[in-house]
Design a protein. Sequence first.
Length: 298
Amino acid sequence: MDGDEDLLARSFEEHRSHLEAVAYRMLGSLSEAEDAVQEAWLRLGRVDPGEIGNLGGWLTTVTGRICLDMLRSRTARREQPIDETFVPDPVVGSLSPAGPEQAALHADAVGVAMLVVLERLEPDERLAFVLHDMFAVPFDDIAPVVERSAAATRQLASRARRRVRDTTPRSDPDLGRQRKVLDAFMAAARCGDFEALVAVLHPDVVLRADAGRVVRGLAVSKTLRGAKPVAESAMMFARYTAAARIVLVNGALNLLSVEEGRIRSVMSVTVTDHRITGLYILADPSRLERLTLPDTGN
């Protein structure tokens, strides 16, 4: 009996990184994703493994169902719609090759900008889109989870796909071009060169800063639009940019600000045509303390 349990545990661990990737895309929260995967393990222990034909497929849909319940509960608890300052949890890694526990999250990584868009989908839409479009789960398998027909589930995914396509900012995938833009941004901030900052920002750039509920003063959560307001904000926080490191955030090059060995902020950017079109800053102390400081060699 113990041998069967050990075999099941090993089989589950083989799927863990995949399940964490599914849950993270569903929830946009690393801690909640871990909770969802742990719940999937507990549910596996309540069924007869012999009745499961495809363990990977079963675990994927069960994890999706758990995440759907969590999203519905989150929506029911929320007194107001999500505001424009919300920034999802980032997946932060060093520029060196990722370890196996991070590989699935970085492979085909979903950018922070897309996670912001996913957060605005209805829970059922998000499930259908994530499971089908990102993980190729058939609609016939998703339909029972959302309690709809396969055709109706297909429509959910189609509606979500249009919203994602129409509202996700376009971003240059080339890491070399991303690096040049980030280097220019950091140099301008460090030198206090306002005009150089404006030049590296798109005229319609949007900054979204999530500092949580307890931070006040200049660092309070805010949304800014336009190159000059964003450049002015960057000037105020130039000393943190001076201490920033370039790291991988959700598979793209972005900035990690560290002070006295603690993460102060994570800034994700979207780069289009050699200029920054979007900045997403997570500066919520309660969420940052859950992140692991990567070993950066740059």
